[in-house]
Design a protein around this ligand. Structure first.
Ligand code: 5CA
Length: 168
């Protein structure tokens, strides 16, 4: 049992971890393994804001917008290096789960994840994920839900105006 599975057991989270021999190291790998939309994969990205690690949970279909995360964190953010990510969360990049971290790191969560009934997140290893409702992630990670992704990830509401009648 790895650190994350121990955490799940201690928390009685009611979550079942699934291992995929083909690997789930990236969002695309995980979506392919699970057979779900890439948007349903939760990326757990570690950043450092003025020396303090933070975790951003981002839909696999989206890109994190650093200025937006910085505005929430109150400090400029830079991507954590591999060692910092491991020290802060207890897990290696490619397997960082959305909660059950080694330190009490603030978590911010991409609002778009709530567009899915269930999502899949890393379970502490680069070949294991688990299925969960977005609201359970929010509860278990104590996440702040926000728009933290690139504005280009937002679908345009309404779309382009229809041409006026009579127009060629
Ligand atoms: N297991 C998958 C799906 S749940 C997963 O963990 N995906 S992830 O997106 O959360 O983790 C990979 C992310 O780690 C990459 O998108 C990238 O942002 C980051 N990353 C990869 N390599 C490095 C590195 N050398 N230093 C810092 N961050 C990295």
């Amino acid at each position: 049992m790895n650190r994350f599975e121990s955490w799940l057991a201690a928390t009685e989270a009611g979550v079942t971890v699934k291992a995929f021999p083909q690997g789930t190291r990236t969002a695309v790998d995980a979506a392919r393994a699970v057979g779900c939309d890439v948007g349903q994969i939760v990326k757990s990205l570690v950043f450092v804001a003025a020396g303090n690690p933070v975790v951003a949970l981002v839909s696999g279909a989206n890109r994190l917008d650093e200025p937006r995360l910085a505005a929430l964190a109150g400090e400029p953010v830079v991507k954590a290096d591999a060692e910092t990510a491991r020290a802060a969360t207890g897990y290696a990049i490619g397997g960082v789960p959305p909660f059950g971290h080694a330190t009490n790191v603030p978590v911010y969560m991409d609002r778009d994840l709530f567009g899915y009934g269930v999502v899949w997140a890393a379970a502490g290893r680069p070949d294991s994920v688990f299925e969960i409702q977005p609201e359970r992630i929010r509860e278990l990670s104590n996440a702040v839900v926000a728009d933290i992704t690139s504005p280009s990830d937002r679908p345009l509401r309404g779309g382009p105006a229809a041409p006026a009648s009579g127009e060629a």
